[in-house]
Every structure is written in structure tokens, then in C-alpha cells.
Design a protein around this ligand. Structure first.
Ligand SMILES: NC(=O)c1ccc[n+]([C@@H]2O[C@H](COP(=O)([O-])OP(=O)(O)OC[C@H]3O[C@@H](n4cnc5c(N)ncnc54)[C@H](O)[C@@H]3O)[C@@H](O)[C@H]2O)c1
Ligand SMILES: [Zn+2]
Length: 702
């Protein structure tokens, strides 16, 4: 678990630097929530500091955060009647077992009952009620004295101004922002030109201290304790004697909010087994809770057990925080992709600098809709707080605005549908391609007709839109059964253009299998992969019949991709059948199919030892060669696109590649060849001019 690793400090200088950095971060964290470190980074630093101090006890600096509430950085001038402490941590079931054993050793008997409750991820506050009236709100501060933040009264849900009973007591608990309150807070802030909060905890920290803001931001209080104050009278004795669980019930009865009404309500457990079940249940709920938790707090429930366990300077000995792995990390927003869904919804997706969160690498995050980007004032290059828990889709909480450098760039929104090029309906929060469900159809037909696929001249984007809108085409196989009259009926389609288009479609019927296969648009099978597949299997029948294992015989297809291709092809079976029925070519010229498993094919038996492994006939001019093309082609090759050059190379038995390396056998270098030529020269790779190459592959050119 990453949460458990520490920064390794090699010497006194790096120790001192670490203390300084941690102190600076903690001061910012507790004051405004604007630390430069995420919690995971801070915790690793703090653990590194503690480890160094353990090894070098005589070098401990006075300013060290170790063993201090709030790392020693928070202050206050309102004394606490009873110290307001932090909690010690465990990170695993084993550490927890060790901890319980130490508590039970200390008290000399088994703990009677445990309370298992969520560790709410906000800020601790003490709330003083006098004769039932809410009087004062105080932060934890350094544990002995906190800051008066009573100005926040009225903005915190869960803290009634008046209790059900006119009692005098101090309620302790956590102030946080729910996800909903966090979103509302950031909307209010950005609307007022203020930078958004990076995450709900920072939002709560910043808001609790802020005065005189032109907007109101709401937070929520959860009580997890109560104690007597001077003037509590008989209540004092009751509160010191009640089990923790009863105290929670009591304050809830007074009208103060607790976690009792949430999916992670506090529970009591009598056995280690029950504690574990409670921990697991709360951890499992984490991803779907409407507020943040960063662990589970386990407390000895009975007052007598607590008293006997005692209290340390930083934390009580009768309670522990079972920390869950960090689910938030700071990383960089590199870009925004715009994807079009099945119904034409155009959804932005954040491309992130990959970051490890909760055991997985996160490279993308959801952004919902364009308004969401604007509302949260996200910019390219921003450092962002990314949240990922359980199976949920990672999301960006907000930019970490105080880490901006000024080099961040605005995010550009698309002006037309990124898939089919049609107009975008921006009337709703979620943008939509005006073609709706037909968007995919327009895009897939345009793709199939494209130069590197079926190469149907005269069938550009607007023509495809016309055909789709007229209902003549529901997939690209329908192109092959278009009638002359249908085309003539379309706007701006004269006799000549109609006949030209029909002729182009006729030609498309005879394209090699590699082109037809590519036109299907199977994910991960672009031009060169399609050529490899077509050459390997030679016929569409064989491709369609291939299982994942057979597909993996093709260069560049791994297990995962093979499975994807198989399942997509299964879905495409009706389209393939339609193409076959329309008389579209389904074979790859010059390719011979692989041998059936177990069978020795005749030609191979005849050819004997020398037969190429893939069943490829011998004696092709580029056999075994890897060829790269660069620069402008001339002479016989002038008209060929790069894709057509690559097809030519593969027809002639070679392998096409786009980059020059030691493995390159030949570079075809045309005019204006640049860095590839230089590299080939450096590596001593053979170089051929277009004319020379045309001669080498002469018979395959036609
Ligand atoms: N990012 C930074 O720069 C930075 C700096 C300093 C501290 N931190 C983070 O703060 C944490 C340490 O801070 P800490 O000492 O304030 O507290 P803590 O979060 O480790 O645990 C103690 C606190 O838990 C809270 N709590 C929540 N639910 C509770 C419950 N049911 N019962 C009792 N207490 C409950 C209380 O506020 C209590 O004070 C670390 O995890 C660290 O990552 C981050
Ligand atoms: Zn579209």
C-alpha cells in the first residue's frame, strides 16, 4: 500500500529540509487548506521525518511536526477545557490487531465493546452550548487552545441554534462539505471571480476561517463526542459515565447531527470479528457516500475502558484511525478529449498525467459537460485534485488554483461534432451532435468511404449526410446497392456526378480485403493492422472464423486486443454478410491463408523446408525486409499515398514501418526527406530513391 511508505531521508540536511517543507505544508493546510502537497505526499514526508528521528534521537529539531497536534502549526486563543487531540493511525488489519493487543495489555483486560465509525474528512471543531443555545464555535488549534470561528454559525447544517433540552455542554465533531455543498461552493466562488477550492476538505478549512465573503457557503457538522462544561450541573457526571455510543445517541436526541442517519452509521462491536466486519462495511461504502471519509475510527466504547487506557500528548490511547488509502492525488491536466456517444452526446474527458491512486493508474477523468469545465474554471496545464475510489470513474475535484503558474491555457471547445463534423446543439448542458443517433452512422460511412479504406471518390462528408438523411444508407454496405434514380433525386446531384459516383462505388467493390476490413472500423485495426490481418488470413471468412488465439498469431495483436476484435466482429457479422451479398471483394490478392491447425497444406508440403512460416510464397522482392518511406514520392510512385506505399511494400513481401531504427532494412527516401534520412545514414541503413524502389517492386505496382 502506497499509504504506508515513507520518504527516505539520508542525512541531517535532508531531514531539516523535510521538517521545513512539512511545517510549511501543514501551516497552509490547517489555515486555508491550500497546501502544496496532497495528503499522501504529506503523510509520506511526515513518516520519513519520524523514521529519521527514531534513528537519530539526538538530532530532533524543535520545529518537528512529529507527535504534535496539527504538526504544531495551528494556534488559538480560546483554551479547551479538555485537550482536543488527534488520532493515531493504523494502515492494515495486522497493525490494528497489534494496537488492540497493546490497549488490552495496558488496561489489563479485554476491551468490553468497540465503537466503529467513519473517519469524517473535514476539520475538528468544539461547539459550546449554554443552556441549550449555540454560543461558540472553536477550532482544534494546537489541541490546548483553538480559534474562535463563531462567525460561521448559521452556515453549518446539523448545528441547531437551540437544543431540544436547555443543557450546557460542548459537542465535538467534524465540519465538512458534502460533495453537493462543495460543488455549490465552487460555483459560487467562480461566479464571484474567486479561485475554486481544490477539494471538499480544503473548502471546509478555507470557509470556516473566512469572514466577510460576498457569498454564503454551506457546510455540514457531524458530532462524534460531547463533554461537560462549567455549568453543566448533573449532566457532567452522566457524560463522564456514558459509553461513547450512548453519548452519540444523546447528542442526536438533542437535535445535533451525527453520522447515525448515513450509510456508515456508527456501530458497536463486541468481538474482533465484528470490528473487522464494520471496518470492511464502512470501507466498501466509501466510494458512494455523499461526503468524504478517510478512514474508520475505532474507539473503546465504555468510559471505564477509555479511562484505564488513558491519553497521550497527541492522541488518546483508546481510539485509533484505521486509515484507508488516499483516494485523492494532485496531478496535471494535459488535455481534453471530446467523445461522441451512441446517441450523439458529446462528452469531454480529461487526459491526465498518469497518477497512482488507490492501487490503480489513473490517466483519464470524467468532466461531464462543457458547462462543468467553465463552472470549475479548469485550464490546460492546471494541477488538479483527482478523486478515485473503488470502482467509480475517476473525477477531477477542482484545479488546485494556488499552484497555478500563469502558463495554463484555456480549454478549447469543439465548434463542430468531432466525429461526423455536423453542427452541435449547445442548447442543453450536455452538448449533442445535431445528427443524434445518425452521427455514428455518418461517421462510420464517411470513414469506410475514405481514401485509406474503400477510397470512393466523390463521397465526402456532406454527400454521406445527404444519403443518411434521405434514409438510403443505414450502413456502408448500402452504398453498393444505391440506385441511379435515388442519387439523381438528391440535391446538387446531376447526371455526371451520379454516374461518377456509381462508377467509384463499382471500383470500391473490388478493393483488396485489407481495405474492406479496415472499412469495418474495428477498434484498434487501423490501416497497417488491417493489412497484417488481411495478409495473414487471406479471406474474410477466415478472419471472421478466427478465435482470439488465432488472431494472436498476427504481429502486434495481444490477448486483450484479440478478444476485442473477436467480439466486435461478432457484432459486425450482419454487415459483413450484407457486403458479401453485395458482391464486395473478400480476398487479399497475393496472400495465402495460414495452415489449418493440425493439417499440412499441399503447397507447403511441396515447397518443403523453405516455405515461409506464415504460408507466404517465397521469392517476393522485399521478403523479410522492413521498409520505411519518407519524403515526396516521384515518377511511378508519385500518385501513391503513404498508405498505398505501405500496401505496396506489403504486397511485395516486406513489412512497412514509420520509423527508422537498427532493424530497418531499407529507407525509400523521396524529395525533401529530412530527419529520417539523416538517421538512416547514421545507422548505415540502405537508402533507395523512389525510381530505384519502383524498379525493385516493379511487378507489384499495378
Ligand atoms: N496536505 C497537507 O499538506 C497536509 C498537512 C498536514 C496534515 N495533513 C493531513 O491531515 C491528517 C492529519 O491530520 P490530523 O491530525 O488533523 O487528523 P487526522 O485526520 O489524522 O485524525 C484526527 C482527526 O480525525 C477527525 N475525526 C474524523 N472523524 C472522527 C471520529 N469519528 N472520531 C474522532 N475523530 C474523528 C478529528 O478531526 C480528529 O481531530 C493527515 O492524514 C495528513 O494527510 C495534510
Ligand atoms: Zn456527429
Amino acid at each position: 500500500m502506497t499509504t504506508n511508505s515513507a520518504v527516505v531521508l539520508a542525512d541531517a540536511a535532508s531531514y531539516a529540509a523535510a521538517v521545513e517543507e512539512a511545517t510549511r505544508a501543514a501551516a497552509a493546510y490547517y489555515a486555508t487548506g491550500e497546501s502544496t502537497l496532497d495528503d499522501d505526499a504529506y503523510d509520506r514526508l511526515a513518516r520519513g521525518i519520524a523514521a529519521y528521528e527514531e534513528e537519530h534521537p539526538q538530532e530532533v529539531l524543535a520545529g518537528s511536526p512529529t507527535g504534535k497536534v496539527a504538526g504544531g502549526t495551528a494556534t488559538g486563543d480560546v483554551p479547551h477545557t479538555v485537550p482536543m487531540l488527534s488520532l493515531d493511525n493504523v494502515f492494515s488489519a495486522e497493525q490494528f490487531v497489534t494496537w488492540t493487543a497493546s490497549v488490552e495489555r495496558r488496561i489489563g483486560r479485554p476491551v468490553t465493546a468497540w465503537s466503529v465509525e467513519p473517519k469524517l474528512d473535514g476539520l475538528a471543531v468544539a461547539v459550546r452550548y449554554h443552556e441549550g443555545r449555540l454560543q461558540q464555535l472553536i477550532t482544534r488549534g494546537d489541541g490546548t487552545a483553538g480559534e474562535d470561528v463563531s462567525h460561521a454559525i448559521g452556515t453549518v447544517l446539523g448545528l441547531p441554534e437551540r437544543l431540544e433540552d436547555p443543557v450546557t455542554l460542548e459537542v465535538r465533531g467534524e465540519i465538512l462539505m458534502t460533495d453537493e455543498q462543495f460543488d455549490a461552493a465552487n460555483a459560487a466562488r467562480t461566479a464571484h471571480g474567486a479561485a475554486p477550492f481544490a477539494n471538499p476538505r480544503n473548502g471546509a478549512a478555507g470557509t470556516l476561517r473566512a469572514k466577510d465573503r460576498p457569498y454564503r457557503v454551506e457546510m455540514t457538522f457531524f458530532a462524534y463526542g460531547a463533554l461537560a462544561l462549567p455549568g453543566s450541573g448533573g449532566l457532567a457526571e452522566t457524560l463522564t459515565g456514558l459509553p461513547h455510543s450512548e453519548i452519540l445517541r444523546y447528542v442526536a436526541g438533542l437535535g445535533v447531527h451525527t453520522a447515525a442517519d448515513t450509510a456508515v452509521a456508527p456501530r458497536t462491536a463486541a468481538t474482533a470479528e465484528e470490528v473487522r466486519a464494520g471496518v470492511e462495511d464502512i470501507a466498501a461504502q466509501r466510494a458512494t457516500l455523499p461526503f468524504g471519509i478517510d478512514g474508520i475510527v475505532i474507539k473503546a466504547d465504555l468510559a471505564a475502558d477509555q479511562r484505564d487506557a488513558g491519553t497521550g500528548t497527541r492522541a488518546p490511547r483508546w481510539a485509533i484511525a484505521y486509515k484507508l488509502p488516499a483516494v485523492e492525488k494532485v496531478t496535471r491536466l494535459l488535455g481534453v478529449e471530446w467523445n461522441v456517444g451512441r446517441t450523439g452526446i458529446i462528452a469531454p474527458r480529461a487526459v491526465l498525467e498518469p497518477v497512482e491512486i488507490d492501487g490503480s493508474t489513473v490517466s483519464y477523468a470524467t468532466l461531464h459537460n462543457p458547462a462543468d469545465i467553465t463552472r470549475r474554471d479548469l485550464r490546460l496545464g492546471d494541477r488538479v485534485m483527482v478523486y478515485k475510489a473503488g470502482d467509480i470513474i475517476p473525477r477531477i475535484e477542482a484545479p488546485v488554483a494556488h499552484l497555478r503558474t500563469g502558463d495554463e491555457k484555456p480549454i478549447e471547445f469543439p465548434e463542430s461534432c468531432p466525429r461526423c463534423g455536423s453542427a452541435i446543439d449547445t442548447g442543453e448542458q450536455r452538448w449533442r451532435c445535431t445528427r443524434g443517433r445518425d452521427c455514428r452512422l455518418v461517421a462510420s460511412v464517411s470513414y469506410a468511404a475514405g481514401r485509406d479504406q474503400l477510397d470512393i471518390e466523390g463521397l465526402g462528408g456532406t454527400r454521406v449526410v445527404q444519403l443518411v438523411d434521405a434514409g438510403f444508407v443505414t450502413d456502408f454496405a448500402d452504398l453498393f446497392t444505391l440506385e441511379r434514380d435515388q442519387l439523381l433525386g438528391l440535391e446538387r446531384m446531376g447526371e455526371t456526378s451520379t454516374d461518377n459516383l456509381l462508377a467509384a462505388i463499382e471500383t470500391a467493390r473490388t478493393r483488396p480485403l485489407s481495405r474492406v476490413f479496415c472499412a469495418l472500423g474495428v477498434r484498434g485495426t487501423g490501416r497497417s493492422m488491417s493489412r497484417r490481418i488481411a495478409r495473414h488470413f487471406a479471406t474474410m471468412d477466415r478472419i471472421v472464423a478466427a478465435d482470439a488465439e488465432a488472431l494472436q498469431q498476427v504481429d502486434g495483436i495481444g490477448k486483450e486486443k484479440a478478444a476485442g476484435v473477436v467480439s466486435e466482429l461478432a457484432e459486425l457479422a450482419p454487415l459483413v454478410a450484407k457486403l458479401v451479398a453485395a458482391g464486395v471483394n473478400m480476398t487479399e490478392p497475393g496472400a495465402t491463408p495460414p495452415p489449418e491447425p493440425g493439417a499440412v497444406r499441399e503447397e507447403e508440403a511441396e515447397a518443403g523446408e523453405g516455405a515461409a512460416a506464415g504460408g507466404r510464397p517465397e521469392g517476393l522482392p522485399l521478403d523479410g525486409m522492413t521498409v520505411v518511406v519518407t519524403g515526396a514520392m516521384t515518377g511511378a510512385l508519385e500518385k501513391l499515398s503513404r498508405n498505398e506505399m505501405n500496401e505496396l511494400i506489403e504486397r511485395a513481401g516486406g513489412k512497412s514501418s514509420s520509423s527508422v531504427s537498427k532493424r530497418t532494412s531499407l529507407l525509400v527516401a523521396g524529395e525533401k526527406a529530412g530527419s529520417k534520412r539523416t538517421k538512416a545514414e547514421d545507422l548505415g541503413v540502405r537508402i533507395a530513391e523512389p525510381a530505384e524502389f519502383a524498379e525493385m517492386v516493379g511487378s507489384f505496382l499495378g
